[in-house]
Design a protein around this ligand. Structure first.
Ligand code: 5GP
Length: 206
């Protein structure tokens, strides 16, 4: 893949309930069609209001495991008893087109991406406080109490993984959080290794 044709892979993680989806949607409104979202595949049941191919590709455990064997994921992980994974084919196509592709994924999968794609931009979204997060998880009302309990427990473990990320963004306000991510994307584009090919001529000797 030629350097000047490459897009950017942006990994957005953070504990359940922190508002990744909401921040992502606000980001897309600001950044427009430069951004593309990678729709994940999962074995978890569809929640009310979710759409096949928009929120996730919903598949059976057997189908998912078949795809693992066929190396069809950039990364995948098990999260509270269900599989989640990033389909590889579409990502490669979008990056080659020079798109900024957002992956909204949990921490174990994010680490696999970091390992494979060295220049992936790793962003960890945090809530203003733990209390705020737990309140949001409970008020979502889309899951039974035992699942909520598991997600609350899992969130505490996930916080510890923030050290592996390049940036930490607080979601105190959706609009502000999206603005901070925009600033990160702009700064990343200005990094020498990403932009040098555009200005090479300026640096050549007379
Ligand atoms: P939820 O069930 O709330 O939609 O997602 C549970 C967790 O799985 C969230 O942290 C979400 O970001 C993460 N997730 C969604 N898609 C993927 C994926 O493709 N790979 C990985 N590793 N995690 C994902």
């Amino acid at each position: 893949m030629k350097l000047n044709e490459r897009g950017m892979l942006i990994v957005l993680s953070g504990p359940s309930g922190v508002g990744k989806g909401t921040v992502r949607r606000a980001l897309f409104e600001k950044r427009g069609n430069k951004l593309d979202y990678s729709v994940s595949m999962t074995t978890r049941p569809m929640r009310p209001g979710e759409k096949e191919g928009v929120d996730y590709y919903f598949v059976t455990k057997e189908e998912f495991e078949k795809r693992i064997k066929e190396n069809k994921f950039l990364e995948y992980a098990s999260f509270i008893g269900n599989y989640y994974g990033t389909p590889l084919d579409k990502i490669e196509e979008k990056i080659a087109q020079g798109k900024e592709v957002v992956l909204e994924i949990e921490v174990n999968g994010a680490l696999q991406v970091k390992e494979k794609v060295k220049d992936a931009v790793m962003i960890f979204l945090v809530p203003p406080s733990k209390e705020d997060l737990f309140k949001r998880l409970r008020s979502r009302g889309t899951e039974p109490e035992d699942v909520i309990e598991k997600r609350v427990k899992k969130a505490s473990d996930e916080f510890k993984m923030a050290y592996y990320y390049d940036y930490i963004v607080v979601n105190d306000d959706v609009d502000n959080a999206a603005d901070r991510i925009m600033a990160i994307i702009r700064a990343e584009h200005a990094k020498t290794m990403r932009s040098i090919y555009k200005y090479k001529k300026l640096m050549e000797e007379d």
